[in-house]
Design a protein around this ligand. Sequence first.
Ligand code: UDX
Length: 455
Amino acid sequence: MGGLKFHVLMYPWFATGHMTPFLFLANKLAEKGHTVTFLIPKKALKQLENLNLFPHNIVFRSVTVPHVDGLPVGTETVSEIPVTSADLLMSAMDLTRDQVEGVVRAVEPDLIFFDFAHWIPEVARDFGLKTVKYVVVSASTIASMLVPGGELGVPPPGYPSSKVLLRKQDAYTMKNLESTNTINVGPNLLERVTTSLMNSDVIAIRTAREIEGNFCDYIEKHCRKKVLLTGPVFPEPDKTRELEERWVKWLSGYEPDSVVFCALGSQVILEKDQFQELCLGMELTGSPFLVAVKPPRGSSTIQEALPEGFEERVKGRGVVWGEWVQQPLLLSHPSVGCFVSHCGFGSMWESLLSDCQIVLVPQLGDQVLNTRLLSDELKVSVEVAREETGWFSKESLFDAINSVMKRDSEIGNLVKKNHTKWRETLTSPGLVTGYVDNFIESLQDLVSGTNHVSK
Ligand SMILES: O=c1ccn([C@@H]2O[C@H](COP(=O)(O)OP(=O)(O)O[C@H]3OC[C@@H](O)[C@H](O)[C@H]3O)[C@@H](O)[C@H]2O)c(=O)[nH]1
């Protein structure tokens, strides 16, 4: 694609689940000859550097995160603190405004991409620049935030789904996010998101029209501005990286599609009793299993938190692992047949692209909406039944896994058929590149001012 080359300044929220997708998108822009200045905290630099596929076109700049009361000295990313303290880190991000202005002055970008730094449009206006609010969670999550305060389970007027909703029994997922600090730190997350949506020049969402088109239209209408889609935006599979030998060896002992793999992403920390119930549910399945989760609250290792006698009983067929595993490579291993996931947005796409049966146990609000999208709207997965407190029993985990793994199960066959159809749609040739090419064209129009993007 030819045309105007532009320079983007990207300033994502200091969380892995935000910085990484911003960088994936930066790689796509850089591949087409555009340039990016990527602004992140120093610590994040080390994690992200190796994901920069175009170091000539994508230049990192580090921002110094000021200290705010209530956070340990030196905190720079949300992975270092409980999610319930995230609002303090957001207020630290607000204090970087001078630094951002300095970078804008120095690198003279054409556009600024941001997500939670809701004041970016004000900065950009002073410099005569356009801004893009880049949404890295699902469009349904944003759509459901646009009309706050409604009753759980009741769709607000015009909302495009009666299924992709938080229900009364999902109140626990909001508690999981509630701030624990008592200091006034400025706008809350909802206010930041809505201000960003309203004040940016365009909204870009990392999703596909095929799956969330109706939610994107709803956002466009509600915010009265153009919504651009980047498509799912995945990193190219890294052919130089292979699955760790220990898992290759372990998995090779099992039949195709027989192993149940469970991972709950980069943030979820279960309570100890829920963690033990999860282990017991996996034991009940009688299948080989690998659970890769963080040690539960209050325990420093997985070992010390396991249910009594568990290790002995599942020896040789069950592993509970407290460290990072290579999720995408595990999902594509022929022995893995079922993926039990929290349905974070990244994992949602990875599960859709895999050919595993999908079982979902969401923990936070957006994960619940992603779960409803997959289980109720697309019918490609099943959700584990839970009580109002959010608790799920070993029996309900077993039931969900069994319902998709049992030979000749009606629901198992249905989700498999639907999942195959969606996987084929999403991997159809040209789908991803089509999204990226259209997206870049729209940005070129935005930069050159040929299109009036505000309706
Ligand atoms: O052991 C692991 C765990 C996770 N992963 C990878 O880490 C990534 C996790 O990203 P996800 O988006 O699924 O989940 P996170 O736990 O980071 O979720 C966060 O950001 C996305 C939001 O939807 C979630 O609500 C939020 O919690 C995935 O790409 C997954 O493959 C591993 O490779 N190994």
